[in-house]
Design a protein around this ligand. Structure first.
Ligand code: ATP
Length: 139
């Protein structure tokens, strides 16, 4: 049975879809959610989220945030998220380079966050490319 997955960032509703399964990375570990799940709330790590819809897997890069699970709806509030298909790979590569150059000069949470975001985005693109190329679907 299907349920609703909604991902919202400050600037937009990233997605609102009817899905069959959601896999995400909570700060305490990997989470798999099916419909009818008991309510819970968790903080998310900056990671790939995947969901299954009509037998197809979709990939989303989620930059951390919070996940509220209810029996018929999962809501994620995040600073930023993109479907893998809407990620600008070149932009993420440039962001990674910039963050790496910065990291060599200064240490700090901001540089680490920028690097983590770029890496998650690039992994999302790589996963999408591997699926399209007939490769497996392994997060
Ligand atoms: P950049 O340095 O390239 O701007 P950033 O890490 O500063 O990246 P964020 O602050 O994480 O970017 O996100 C700002 C906005 O830009 C968000 O709406 C996010 O979804 C979008 N965004 C960031 N990077 C990409 C990308 N590579 N492809 C598509 N959208 C992106």
């Amino acid at each position: 049975m299907a349920f609703t997955l909604e991902i919202v960032s400050p600037d937009r509703v990233v997605l609102s879809e009817t899905v069959d399964f959601v896999a995400a990375r909570g700060v305490q570990g990997e989470l798999g959610v099916l419909t009818g799940h008991e309510p819970f709330f968790t903080k998310l790590a900056p990671e790939l989220l995947t969901f299954t819809q009509d037998g197809k897997n979709e990939v989303v890069a989620v930059m951390g945030g919070f996940m509220d699970v209810q029996p018929t709806k999962v809501t994620i509030l995040t600073e930023a998220a993109e479907r893998a298909s809407e990620i600008d790979k070149l932009r993420a590569e440039k962001a990674k380079e910039r963050a790496e150059i910065q990291a060599a000069k200064v240490q700090g949470a901001q540089v680490e966050v920028a690097l983590a975001r770029a890496l998650v985005r690039l992994r999302a693109v790589a996963l999408l490319e591997s699926v399209r190329g007939g490769g497996g679907f392994h997060r």
